[in-house]
Ligand binder design. Structure first.
Ligand code: PTJ
Length: 251
């Protein structure tokens, strides 16, 4: 491990650890070629937010948990970056919710699918979790998309009423919303099409979000979904959080 990353007193410790997880997963062939670019964009927004969970992000996380908990058939969809940064906590969340977790990647190769599924199944075994890890079947479709991007499992994402899809692409987010699903996303960029299209957008780092969701579940909370949830207002609050943080730096 990078020696700086091993020192918890380093001001960038958490960020360096995340980079290390991404580097490791890339070396193991689990990530897309552009994964580090995507991570860097996320880091830039996290920096602007002050690398913290804002009050509006905590509210969005709670709302997302409420909707997952109230869902008939919730599914947690994960891509390469999400497995590297948050896979284990999301498995614990899936175990608490008794829902499947589906590997569904944008840049699909058989080698990456196999590697990601076996990494997740290995964690299930180590932590004694009974979670169904989906992704092997391609018998479902995301309507309105072409090619491998449309592939999913009939028993997973295709059948879900509520789907948590961290770091999702804008087209797929729109397509899932178009299928009538409640789409919960995690995206540090409050301006992205994904962030603006989703039912509930959590503008926070995926590792922090996964830990918070896991805690909600492990405290056996039963919050009621807010039918008047205003996602645009939540995105505006994230932008206000960036401005407040930047003003604080120079005052
Ligand atoms: O594993 P695959 O093949 O599905 O590919 C995954 C990536 C992430 C490479 C792919 O989906 C992609 O290219 O994503 P984009 O279009 O670059 O979007 C990624 C979004 O996630 C950007 O808006 C980033 O700001 C945001 N993001 C990146 N890292 C994090 C993040 N949001 C939360 N937490 C992060 N750690």
């Amino acid at each position: 491990m990078n020696p700086i990353a091993a020192d918890p007193s380093h001001p960038r410790y958490a960020s360096l650890l995340r980079r290390h997880l991404i580097e490791e997963a890339a070396t193991e062939g689990l990530l897309a070629g552009s994964a580090m670019i995507a991570h860097g964009r996320g880091e830039a927004f996290d920096y602007l937010l002050g690398e913290r969970t804002t009050e509006s992000a905590a509210m969005a996380t709670r709302e997302a948990y409420a909707r997952l908990h109230a869902a008939k058939h919730p599914v947690i969809s994960v891509n390469g970056n999400t497995v590297a940064l948050a896979g284990r906590d999301l498995l614990h969340l899936a175990a608490s919710l008794a829902c499947p977790l589906e590997v569904n990647i944008f840049y699909r190769t058989q080698a990456r699918m196999d590697g990601l599924i076996s990494r997740l199944e290995g964690w299930c075994e180590q932590d004694g979790l009974d979670v169904e890890v989906l992704g092997r079947q391609t018998d479902g479709r995301i309507d309105g998309l072409e090619g491998p991007r449309a592939q999913c499992e009939a028993a997973g994402i295709a059948a879900a009423d509520v789907v948590l899809v961290p770091l999702e692409d804008g087209d797929r987010c729109e397509a899932l919303v178009g299928m009538g699903k409640t789409v919960l996303v995690v995206d540090l960029n409050p301006l992205s099409r994904t962030a603006r299209t989703a039912s509930v957008t959590i503008v926070d780092e995926v590792g922090r979000v996964a830990k918070a969701l896991r805690q909600h579940a492990e405290r056996s909370e039963h919050p009621t979904p807010n039918t008047a949830w205003d996602n645009d207002a939540c995105l505006q609050a994230s932008l206000d959080g960036i401005v407040a943080h930047l003003q604080g730096l120079f005052s």
